[in-house]
Ligand binder design. Structure first.
Ligand SMILES: [Zn+2]
Length: 460
């Protein structure tokens, strides 16, 4: 009997795995592995990575395909089954709402628990907390109560209590969009950083205050991070910094070099998008005529004028703004510390197409960054940003024995985005297999229905 037990390790090598991804190009950004290997999956975990072929109950021929960690999107506003399907077809296994965030946080998680195709999570949101306390009638973003006036002392206390409750409930840090809450002054914001400091290692994810004052806006949140000791993440750096992208990157690099824990993200499109009725356009009446020509109204495809802008602002809806050049986008997405995150809303093609576009256009066609760097920015870096507050993330963003089987298998020669401004809900092409904790959500290039392996990602 004892003799037989000693044989067990040898028998394991010949075991049958639940799933085997046979002979693909395994790319693990943490170890640097970039070689043909077979990946054995048991249950929810990667159980073997082998130069030899493995035996599996299910075997997938991955010859000629890249086997990468599933992508982790830090910035996905649409958190519905429809959005999760589009994300899965774009290689995403975790989609998080960290900029606007949620309120109430526990309700938000409960609505998705056991029902989701991919992993989900949210920060505790200053914006929705402020909208709740100040009776704003906006939807995703505020439009009246939370915009029109400063909060009273009592209201500020109520906002802080609401945000704190969300952190208590496992919110992934604190979300802020200062441009959308211009009446939240520097003191209200600094006090929220102090509040976040009571929850160690939970970052503030922030859309900075004023895209016409990039330096001052970055200085505000960097100073708040410094005095409070709270980690800081700047969302969609490209779409806020535009022609000041190089200066913004220099500030982020400089702050990091001097010990501040600050990171940034960008999405691979030259156009941003936001609510035409939001505070972003509060000063629209003083804008020159050419300002409106940079705006596109997706339902009709028309470029706007002062007159049509006024009409659509009354009506409300999402407007695309073409304010970045290809050069600015490339500068941001290829910068070593910048992660890829989509700022996903279903009206913009970035929600469905960002990762295929990164891999197809910017890696394969334009050669703006290497394939390994693109994978690192889409998986490992976001996982590392979150893992100090969420141990769940330590097993994600990697392809290693023991890591979660969150995996994207794609054809690097074919992968490309298909979503457009006219048709933003188009599945990307080229993702052949996507697994969420060992369950196929995409198989043979087709979305799988009736599976709900997605877990809530929380701070612990
Ligand atoms: Zn934003």
């Amino acid at each position: 009997m004892r003799f037989l037990l000693l044989l067990v390790p040898t028998l394991l090598a010949a075991q049958t795995y639940d799933i085997v991804l046979q002979r693909g190009r395994v790319m693990d950004p943490e170890s640097g592995l970039d070689a043909v290997r077979s990946v054995g999956i048991n249950g929810k975990k990667v159980a073997a990575i082998s130069t030899a072929e493995l035996h599996g109950k299910v075997e997938v021929n991955a010859t000629g395909l890249v086997i990468a960690p599933g992508f982790i999107d830090l910035h996905q506003h649409s958190q519905t089954p429809e959005a999760y399907a589009l994300k899965a077809m774009d290689g995403v296994t975790t989609a998080l709402e960290l900029e606007v965030g949620a309120y109430p946080v526990s309700t938000w998680y409960a609505a998705r628990e056991g029902k989701s195709l991919i992993h989900f999570g949210a920060s505790s949101g200053h914006i929705p907390a402020r909208m709740f306390v100040m009776h704003d009638t906006g939807d995703l973003l505020p439009r009246d109560g939370a915009v029109n006036r400063p909060a009273t002392v009592e209201e500020r206390r109520a906002i802080e209590a609401a945000v704190e409750k969300g952190l208590d409930e496992g919110g992934l840090g604190m979300g802020m969009g200062l441009v959308y809450t211009p009446t939240a002054g520097s003191e209200e914001i600094l006090n929220l950083f102090y509040l976040a400091a009571g929850f160690p290692r939970r970052p503030v994810f922030v859309h900075i205050r004023d895209d016409k004052n990039i330096v001052g806006s970055l200085q505000e949140v960097m100073a708040d991070a410094l005095v409070s000791g709270v980690p800081l993440h700047i969302v969609h750096l490209n779409s806020v910094a535009t022609d000041k992208t190089a200066e913004a990157l220099r500030m982020v690099d400089g702050a990091r070099a001097h010990g501040l824990d600050v990171t940034a993200e960008a999405y691979p499109y030259t156009a941003g998008m936001t609510d035409i009725a939001s505070a972003v356009y509060a000063n629209w009446e003083t804008q020159p005529a050419d300002f409106f020509a940079h705006l596109l109204w997706p339902p009709t495809g028309e470029r706007l004028t002062r007159e049509s802008f006024a009409r659509y602002r009354q009506q409300g809806g999402m407007v695309a703004q073409f304010r970045n050049t290809e050069e600015m986008v490339r500068l941001a997405i290829s910068h070593p510390g910048v992660m890829i995150a989509t700022d996903g809303i279903l009206e913009h093609p970035r929600s469905a197409g960002s990762y295929a576009r990164l891999l197809g256009k910017y890696v394969r066609e334009d050669k703006a960054l290497t394939l390994m760097d693109a994978i690192r920015k889409s998986s490992l870096l976001p996982a590392q940003r979150l893992e100090t507050m969420s141990t769940q993330m330590k097993q994600k963003g990697r392809i290693q024995v023991g890591s979660d089987a969150d995996i994207s298998v794609f054809d690097a020669a074919r992968v490309i985005d298909k979503s457009t401004f006219e048709n933003p809900k188009q599945y990307s092409e080229g993702f052949r297999y996507v697994l969420v904790e060992g369950t196929f959500v995409v198989r043979d290039g087709r979305l799988q229905t009736g599976v709900t392996p997605g877990q809530g990602i929380r701070a612990q």
